[in-house]
Design a protein around this ligand. Structure first.
Ligand SMILES: [Zn+2]
Length: 111
């Protein structure tokens, strides 16, 4: 099993739990419904600061939760599971692919 799949499996165990829903709302409230890294209000997810994989005892600890957008969350997870972060150029391209509306002029960029 790849390390990434294992990572997802571990956090699923927590996010399926009945307490997660309430905890998630508390965490979002705590961070003002904004990504703590880039400040966006879109596509918010609640992240475990210390991964559940290594710190299962902190899985339901509000202090261990932070609000991240999908992009920042993916970036953090990549680093945690041992992938090197994308180069800025590569990341820029990725971001562009995910937000085609705001980057219309680059629609046909061929990288
Ligand atoms: Zn973000």
């Amino acid at each position: 099993m790849s390390r990434r799949v294992e990572h997802i499996r571990h956090s699923k165990r927590v996010t399926r739990g009945p307490r997660w829903k309430a905890l998630r709302m508390q965490a979002l409230d705590h961070d003002g419904w904004a990504c703590v890294v880039c400040g966006t209000h879109k596509r918010l997810e609640v992240d475990h600061i210390q991964p559940v994989r290594t710190h299962p005892e902190l899985a339901n600890d509000l202090d261990n939760l932070q609000c991240l957008c999908g992009l920042c969350h993916t970036r953090k997870t990549r680093i945690e599971v041992g992938h090197k972060p994308l180069t800025p150029k590569r990341q820029q391209w990725r971001d562009m692919q995910r937000n085609p509306v705001t980057h219309k002029e680059n629609d046909h960029a061929d990288i």
